[in-house]
Design a protein around this ligand. Structure first.
Ligand SMILES: NC(=O)c1ccc[n+]([C@@H]2O[C@H](COP(=O)([O-])OP(=O)(O)OC[C@H]3O[C@@H](n4cnc5c(N)ncnc54)[C@H](OP(=O)(O)O)[C@@H]3O)[C@@H](O)[C@H]2O)c1
Length: 238
């Protein structure tokens, strides 16, 4: 049983994995930026008892308050950096300011949380950092240069963390989701979704709940570190 802090827990994929992690016996601390009431109601209906902290992870003081709250709620063993946003813009329209705004959410939110979590995990002599990337970081489609860059950065960051804390009982890995049937997938226009589906050998979008099993695997795998696990129905292979 692990204490898991999941960011972006109001989102579609997180809601699919929370019941799985709960059934596997883990306890969870959750963050959302704006969906506290909806998440509370979801947890009540699902019979899951997990406290929620509202934080904008682009704001340093929010993240400091989040980790004070984590300490008050018993600490953590696992950090899942799941919060993120989709982004679409042709590369010639994407300037540095827009890229920086995107990185503040998709990359620096993970840096803010990981840099607060790692001293706690080092003191415990055990822990897991799990970043969330996308198949798009490996197989970009038109207009995804910003999103792909922000997710690629998370993968490199996890590999670097893995080296720094390998002798402290801590692993750092990334799960690169393929197109999962949840959350931001529904922001993609229907016609484009049909086209994307033709590029997935499995022939369907992924069941988001299975990500819960992938997280559990990483929790129980102390010798797996610095890796990117691809969960994408065969759409892209290393
Ligand atoms: N769905 C897919 O097919 C897919 C594929 C590959 C990768 N991913 C990745 O999987 C993760 C979850 O995606 P999803 O599909 O579940 O998307 P989603 O439903 O849009 O959820 C995203 C979550 O991130 C949170 N968030 C966004 N900006 C934030 C900020 N500034 N501070 C704090 N939290 C913030 C949102 O907060 P609120 O709770 O306030 O809305 C929400 O909980 C993302 O990192 C995404 O890039 C998804």
């Amino acid at each position: 049983m692990s204490r898991i802090l999941i960011t972006g827990a109001g989102g579609g994929i997180a809601r699919a994995i929370l019941p799985v992690l709960h059934d596997l016996g883990h306890s969870m601390l959750l963050t959302t930026r704006s969906r506290t009431a909806a998440l509370e109601s979801f947890l009540k209906d699902a019979g899951i008892d997990a406290p929620i902290f509202q934080a904008d992870l682009t704001v340093e003081s929010d993240v400091e308050a989040l980790f004070e709250w984590v300490a008050e709620n018993g600490g953590l063993d696992v950090l899942v950096n799941n919060a993120g946003i989709a982004h679409a813009a042709a590369a010639w329209k994407l300037d540095a300011a827009e890229m920086e705004r995107l990185f503040q959410i998709n990359f620096f939110s993970a840096v803010r949380c990981s840099s607060k979590a790692l001293p706690l995990l080092r003191a415990q002599g055990t822990g897991r950092i799990i970043n969330v990337s996308s198949v798009v970081a490996h197989k970009p489609s038109f207009g995804t240069s910003g999103y792909a860059a922000s997710k690629s950065a998370l993968e490199g960051y996890a590999r670097g963390i893995a080296i720094d804390v390998a002798n402290k009982g801590i692993t750092a890995n990334t799960i690169a989701y393929g197109y999962m049937e949840a959350g931001m997938l529904y922001d993609v226009p229907e016609a484009m979704l049909e086209q994307i589906k033709t590029t997935i050998p499995k022939g369907s979008f992924g069941d988001a709940s299975q990500i819960g099993r992938t997280i559990d695997y990483l929790i129980n795998s102390p010798f797996t570190t610095g890796q990117t696990l691809h969960v994408n129905g065969g759409q892209w292979m290393p």
